[in-house]
Design a protein around this ligand. Sequence first.
Ligand code: 13P
Ligand code: ZN
Length: 270
Amino acid sequence: MSVLQAKFTTEMVETISNMYRLGWNERNGGNITYLLEKKELSEVLDINQVQREIPISFDAKRLAGKFFMVTGSGKYFKNIKDNPSEVLGIVKVCDCGKKLNLLWGLEKNTKPTSELPTHFMSHIARLEQDPNNRVVIHCHATHLIAMSFTHCLKEENFTKTLWEMCTECIVVFPEGVAVIPWIVPGTNEIGEATAKKMAACRLVLWPHHGIYGTGCSLDETFGLIETAEKAAQVYTYVCAQGGKKQTITDSELKDLAKAFGVTPRVGVLK
Ligand code: 13P
Ligand code: ZN
């Protein structure tokens, strides 16, 4: 079996195609990093064969020795099916934490995503909370971006509105959505701000830019973002239809949380 036939690659191509189809990844927008197991990788690749070294601008020592599938910077998700070995790459984090060994892909001298600081810092933060965390996805989810212009950005308020828009939201993201200030993308600064929020939340909104989601699989992470984005879409329609006339009440949201065995973030419900 080749890397292109491996389950982790076909899943990645499928996820990226779905994200593009939903309009979340115009041009080169969005990026994914996927922590791979040594065993699944060794079955399709000689993990000691280094194609090239890639320096990184931050300390990734806490991920030393780990293997990731990453998307390439400037690559169009639209073209993933024609071009998987250019859009995707497999890297190993070196022991020094200051460079990556490229093992496969990122052809034509492609660099890993410019958002690597946020991705790797988020992996570190999430792995501390959940050793099964594998995936970080960033995309430009349309309705969440729109909401970041019209809705109060206080996390409790933003979360409450999303919870109200679709019954399943509080069950899917009971810890709510975190929000950081607007910061220049691609920087270590935005990475640090995002990772700090990731200690408590799997969803972090970048106002006027997009969203980050994390999870144990591509499906779970995609589904998390999809659920928040759907709620933001409903909110857009509700506003366009003249605003709420009724809603799911706080006590109903509490009943929901109880029925599904989740603990809602403190400070959102009265
Ligand atoms: P990359 O093409 O470098 O992954 O950047 C896309 C993006 O969404 C930046 O925030
Ligand atoms: Zn982006």
